[in-house]
Design a protein around this ligand. Sequence first.
Ligand code: A3P
Length: 321
Amino acid sequence: REEKESFPAKEVQELISSFPRARGLVLFKHLCQYQGFWVGRIGLEGVILAQQHFQAQPTDIILSSSPKSGTTWLKALGFAIVTRNRYDHLNSPLLTKVAHECLPVWIEFSFIQNKSCRSPDLPLLATHTSFSCLPKSVITTPGCKIVYICRDPKDTFISLWHFVNSNIPKGTDPFPLEEAVELFCQGLSFQGPYWDHVLEYWNASLEMPEKVLFLKYEDIKSNPVFHVKRLAEFMGYPFTLEEESRGMVQKVVELCSFEKLSNLEVNKTGKYNMLDKFEIENRSFFRKGAVGDWKNYLTPEMSARFDQISEQKWKASGLSF
Ligand code: A3P
């Protein structure tokens, strides 16, 4: 546990109450704007405390994402790669616990839950924080690495819309699609604007390729073996030729596949206790796992609006989906 006490959360709460607020596409509907991004009220306290107190270590590997762009998959892959000599595909904790429990540390949430910032035997930590809002020591500590996963904004949006509506607190109306599109496109989603979240990590990966690995959900889907090898190498856990010849990469890919994980009993019927505050059914982390599902929901006008924002925000960067 790092020293949270030197900056009482009460002061942070007072600070937060001065930030702009808005209704957004999130479970509890309200977001606060902080350093260009919209963050949930509770999470923001953690983001600020982490900025002030989190001390990165040279061995840290930070798995970062915007919600619904492949966080659960990246966590499973990271966990399976790092622990492959401890467990195999028959006894991995991934078979009995949702990936978020195998890898329980969220940098920002650990500060508000009063929990340790690190798992004792794993170098992996997770975050949803935007690149510019990460604690400075993450950037300045040599050796500390970041893996970012992102996804086509339209699929991320559809996934988020389903997730929010299926977990919305009792007595709260679900978001109609039109309203959800409006909020997401205005940037009013958790850690939104989504496009800015992605762009910051993209730019960082170009500037510091040894520090930031930028992955696309769609790329991993189309060539999982290649990207899992690349991920393992970047994290400092490369597969040996001997492991490759034993089919170890393929085993990691299969263990972490949507088909495998979504059909496990724990992920069909289990629950995940989010922030010790509310329960989420594990199955809501595994909906369809497909590329292009947005086509089943968005009208041509909605789709054009997403494309227009992608063009405007990303054109100069060379980023596209
Ligand atoms: P869909 O809602 O489109 O199905 P996150 O983990 O960031 O919350 O993202 C959830 C999305 O990733 C969901 O997308 C979910 O189905 C998909 N997903 C979860 N595990 C996956 C896996 N092992 N492989 C591919 N996609 C996965």
